[in-house]
Design a protein around this ligand. Structure first.
Ligand code: GLU
Length: 279
């Protein structure tokens, strides 16, 4: 068994992260497996090195030992480029020049838009461009993202995809919820979805422990895994910790960060006990 914890350094970890990391860590320990740590810092607009350093410190404080080295996503951009190339070679990506405004306008003009879990689906404007038009726009220097041509992808895959979720049972993937998702963003040269799927595959992760807030993403991740010839891990989409008012813990709420708890004299042993873990 290989599990992992994959935080984004966009703030400090809180109790909810501690719970998720300890769950993945214990799972690996119980099976004599490995526990990996991956820093998901591809979104350079939002991530900071200071937050990465704090994450390592907080996890060490909790007594978590990860297999070395830590995988830092920003050091592996070539892997995401290679995966992009593989999807391109299969004819599955197309450049999308639309801005958010363009998309909104197009949807308004059409008077309706199919919706997925994430809101209105991309109306396919750039999927319909001719090769000449694409070349001309690229040559003019217009920035573009790369989107997945989902119906082509599903045609290649041919059958329904599923995944095993230890908490929610067997699931049938519904990538239609995403439509033609952005696989390579304009600004960062990849996307969360592509990077996470490539990394879990390259790192041989067998069991993905993560919050239920990422459950929906798995519909798309299964498609990418299939197209990139990567195995399907088992998923454990756990519930999110809430505060005493029932609100989800959030990074922006500084009062509950591990750093703050530690600073206020709480010991790692006390916190682990509170979260239901042995010391
Ligand atoms: N980096 C993501 C986050 O911090 C988690 C990704 C994952 O576990 O798949 O929300």
């Amino acid at each position: 068994m290989i599990t992992r914890f994959a935080p984004s350094p966009t703030g400090h970890l809180h109790k909810g992260h501690a719970w998720s990391a300890l769950t993945a860590y214990e799972k690996a320990l119980n099976e004599n497996g490995k526990f990996l740590l991956r820093i998901e810092d591809i979104d350079f607009n939002r991530c900071s090195r200071g937050d990465t350093a704090q994450i390592l410190e907080d996890l060490a404080w909790l007594g978590i030992e990860w297999d070395k080295p830590v995988r830092i996503q920003s050091e592996h951009l070539a892997d995401y480029t290679a995966a992009t190339k593989s999807l391109q070679d299969q004819g599955l990506l197309y450049p999308c020049f639309c801005t958010r405004k363009d998309i909104q306008r197009e949807i308004e003009a059409a008077g309706h838009a199919p919706h997925g879990g994430d809101g209105p689906l991309y109306p396919g404007t750039c999927r319909r461009l001719s090769e000449d038009e694409r070349r001309a726009r690229i040559a003019s220097g217009k920035p573009y993202a790369l989107r997945l041509d989902l119906s082509k992808a599903l045609e290649i895959i041919g059958s329904r995809l599923t995944w095993q979720d230890s908490i929610h049972g067997e699931q049938i993937a519904r990538p239609e919820e995403f439509g033609d998702a952005v696989i390579v963003r304009k600004d960062i040269g990849t996307s969360y979805h592509l990077a996470v799927v490539v990394d879990d595959g390259l790192q041989g992760v067998t069991d993905i422990v993560r919050g239920v807030d990422l459950f929906e993403s798995t519909h798309l991740h299964r498609v990418l895994q299939q197209l990139l010839d990567l195995p399907a891990p088992v998923y454990h989409h756990h519930k999110l910790l809430t505060d005493d008012k029932g609100r989800r813990l959030a990074k922006r709420d500084k009062s509950i960060t591990l750093k703050r708890l530690k600073g206020s004299g709480v010991s790692a042993a006390e916190l682990k006990k509170e979260l239901g873990f042995g010391v």
